[in-house]
Design a protein around this ligand. Structure first.
Ligand SMILES: Nc1ncnc2c1ncn2[C@@H]1O[C@H](COP(=O)(O)OP(=O)(O)OP(=O)(O)O)[C@@H](O)[C@H]1O
Ligand SMILES: [Mg+2]
Length: 324
């Protein structure tokens, strides 16, 4: 086990009856890494987190947290390394936020005098902390959930869709906390459907499809592996649209809507390996071109590429898991 390795899953599968909901998953996570788990509803993301937490046992394969099996009752080191924000937080409505956090502190044998500071870290001011949870908005409950997950400053944070239903400001604050934790050497695994929002934070993205890993790598690596086209938008002098289209015709991959808009903007796709040729051709057109924008695919596009194109023909029972 490498020194900074916090987590390893080796050839892990999970079955419920006849249903194999996770298939041959291999994964290692090092200190300081932010790993994003993406996948459709029912892809197996929460199941994977439950295996890491030791709440369920793998049907085959091995899960190891800090070198310990998390389902083992004596795996104290493993359990203390983990913080978990479940996808649906639920607290006793009649307790205040502060009492709730103090309750979880005692369960985790952590000092309760840090609870106020922790609530402030997640943006719950002391006046709110003293109110009962029954008066909390969804976002406030989510903040309390995050504070509970951060108790004891765990080495590996497991966050299951932490930003679902939150407003953009609160989402930003959650991502900032994730980034800060990773900078401090903590590892974070986030399940998320908000891929475009989280792509800046992700050191690695793992895409699950029907329980199998269909892609894994940094955002940049996934862009390259997917070889998806770039979107291009060119503003053209109105009298030059035809000449521009003719010059670029070999490089243009038409998109569904009409390529030339009323404002003489030509929109099309282009193969990534032809990008430099496109730029050269555009430069050769001189004043005919007023502006150009070339946009790489977003993580959402990459996700769709792997999930939609992989679904129909994939021989799931025989495909080995991709080593992560
Ligand atoms: N206790 C259980 N018994 C039977 N099937 C289960 C159980 N728990 C989960 N499953 C099944 O395992 C599959 C994966 O579920 P999981 O909750 O891991 O998906 P998910 O990727 O987290 O989805 P979502 O994005 O909707 O949260 C689903 O088909 C689900 O019905
Ligand atoms: Mg889930």
């Amino acid at each position: 086990m490498a020194n900074s390795e916090l987590l390893s899953l080796s050839n892990v599968s999970k079955c419920y009856g006849q249903d194999r909901v996770l298939k041959q998953i291999d994964l290692t996570v090092q200190a300081g890494e932010c790993v994003v788990l993406a996948g459709h509803n029912g892809a197996g993301k929460t199941t994977l987190l439950k295996l890491i937490l030791g709440l369920i046992k793998p049907t085959t394969g091995k899960v190891s947290v800090r070198g310990q099996n998390p389902t083992n009752k004596n795996s104290i080191k493993a359990k203390r390394s983990l913080g978990y924000l479940p996808e649906r937080v639920s607290f006793y409505e009649s307790m205040t936020g502060l009492e709730t956090l103090q309750f979880y502190s005692k369960l985790k044998s952590e000092p309760i005098d840090r609870c106020i500071d922790l609530l402030e870290t997640v943006g719950l001011e002391s006046s709110a902390a003293k109110r009962t949870v029954s008066t909390y908005s969804k976002g406030m409950k989510q903040r309390l959930g995050l504070a509970q997950a951060l108790l004891g400053d765990p080495d590996l944070l497991l966050l299951d869709e932490p930003t679902s239903g939150l407003d953009p400001t609160l989402r930003r604050q959650f991502y900032d906390i994730i980034e800060q934790k990773c900078r401090m050497g903590k590892a974070v695994i986030v399940c998320s459907h908000s891929l475009v929002e989280i792509e800046a934070q992700a050191d690695r993205v793992i895409i699950l499809n029907s329980g199998s890993t269909v892609a894994s790598g940094s955002v940049q690596e996934l862009y390259q592996q997917s070889n998806l086209p770039l979107s291009v938008q060119i503003s053209v002098q109105p009298s030059c649209t035809q000449r521009v289209e003719q010059t670029l015709s070999d490089l243009i991959i038409p998109i569904q809507k009409s390529a030339v808009t009323e404002n003489s903007i030509i929109e099309f796709s282009c193969n990534p390996e032809q990008k430099m040729e496109l730029i050269r051709q555009v430069a050769s057109l001189g004043d005919a071109i007023e502006d150009i924008q070339i946009k790489p695919p977003r993580l959402d596009d990459v996700y769709l590429h792997y999930t939609v194109s992989e679904t129909p023909s994939r021989p799931v029972e025989t495909t080995p898991g991709i080593p992560l």
